[in-house]
Design a protein around this ligand. Sequence first.
Ligand code: SAM
Ligand code: SF4
Length: 453
Amino acid sequence: MWQQSLVEKYNISGPRYTSYPTALQFFPMQDNSLLEKEVKQLPLDQPISIYIHIPFCDVVCFYCACNKVVTKDKSKANKYLKLLFKEIDQWADLIGSRPVYQMHWGGGTPTFINAEQTTELNKKLRSSFNFVDHNAEISIELDPRKVDEPKIANLANNGFNRISIGVQDFNIDVQKAVNRIQSEQETRNVIKHCREHGFKSINIDLIYGLPKQTEESFKETVNAIIDIRPNRISVFNYAHLPHRFKPQRRINDHELPSAEVKLNILHQTIDQLVDAGYIYIGMDHFALPDDELTLAQINGTLKRNFQGYTTHGNTALVGLGVSAISQINQFYSQNHSDLETYYTTLESEQRPWWRGCQSNQDDKIRHRVIMQLISNFYCEFTDIENEFDIDFLSYFSAEMDKLIEFEVDGLIQIGKQRIQVQEPGRLFIRNVCMVFDAYLSQFGDIARFSKVI
Ligand SMILES: C[S@@+](CC[C@H](N)C(=O)[O-])C[C@H]1O[C@@H](n2cnc3c(N)ncnc32)[C@H](O)[C@@H]1O
Ligand code: SF4
């Protein structure tokens, strides 16, 4: 998959396409009734996916780019939950009895709240929404430094069946440099308890490009992860943007690996994981061959949304909590990302919706093409033509011209009926999608995005 000359040519900055249009096209919401109407018009059997954002963390990891509030004051969770419950009531009114097939708690650190609060929040959700009993995917991000066996048992009792664990790197020097000391044994214990309590799927997050990382040190981390054998592994490229994320200013620039070392680490990691039997799903994600993501990709049914890759792509996504994003049809809406504003809007009985975007017909067509490419590595012209009543090749004639260079470089194959991404093109799927992004040229400022690999 790895070809050095292609890496040098195509490793530019670009969006991650968890949505199209991307968040750069989100503007302050002028009229909440438009989204409310859209939700009410959803069919009554519309599958729903819920995302809950719990922003608090006890200690800051210096690299962190997530929306979080660092505090040791556990009482802060009380006010948050009180107002989150209000937001749940607002959405429950709109969603009614539509079935919930998927729920994810993310953060921050969702395990910042204690076992009783976890149970209380879960009860509130289950009494407010219509959860399907069978096969629902209920997942949570765990911080192994903050959970013990009883807490894991409590999560299992509350119906959680998938976990995602942040590891980033097992090397102690790297951990010290990013202020996240988390021993390998601690992580292994947590995973052991999760398996004993019947969790079906375990995901581990790693980051390459952190300070003090070397090819040798990261190789050891990846070998340890392979030994643990999680179902899914995410290997993120460290996004170092100290002007945007204050804690990153505590990272010494001179300790960061060079661009060359970073690429070598990625290359080596892909080789290690593929040799160990993992499948490269695309966009930083690897999964075991029997994982649902892998199977969905083989069947061409994999989808992508704000939660990353998913097999539940036809769901309407309801995002609850500070900064959470909802996606209803092609309507995107993001909650206030500032905690105080999130609180005051809810206290004054308003919706905490901050900004969003309503897609036009062209956005919808491009969204469909980009999502097909990024999830399943192909785009079938007739699918788009039938759905939107267009002639693909005329509609996208300028884009097809641009794609010729990608074909010459061996990244894609353009057939009479489809664009097929080739093995070497998987690493550069963002570049292929960017050709279909109508907003990029207007912005020019693609440096606002992270590098494609
Ligand atoms: C939303 S965060 C929350 C994870 C959870 N609080 C934890 O620490 O385990 C999810 C993941 O984003 C990744 N991440 C955070 N900051 C990042 C950055 N600056 N660049 C790349 N990945 C980052 C980390 O891998 C992290 O596990
Ligand atoms: S990586 Fe996780 S625990 Fe660390 S600061 Fe970010 S959200 Fe909190």
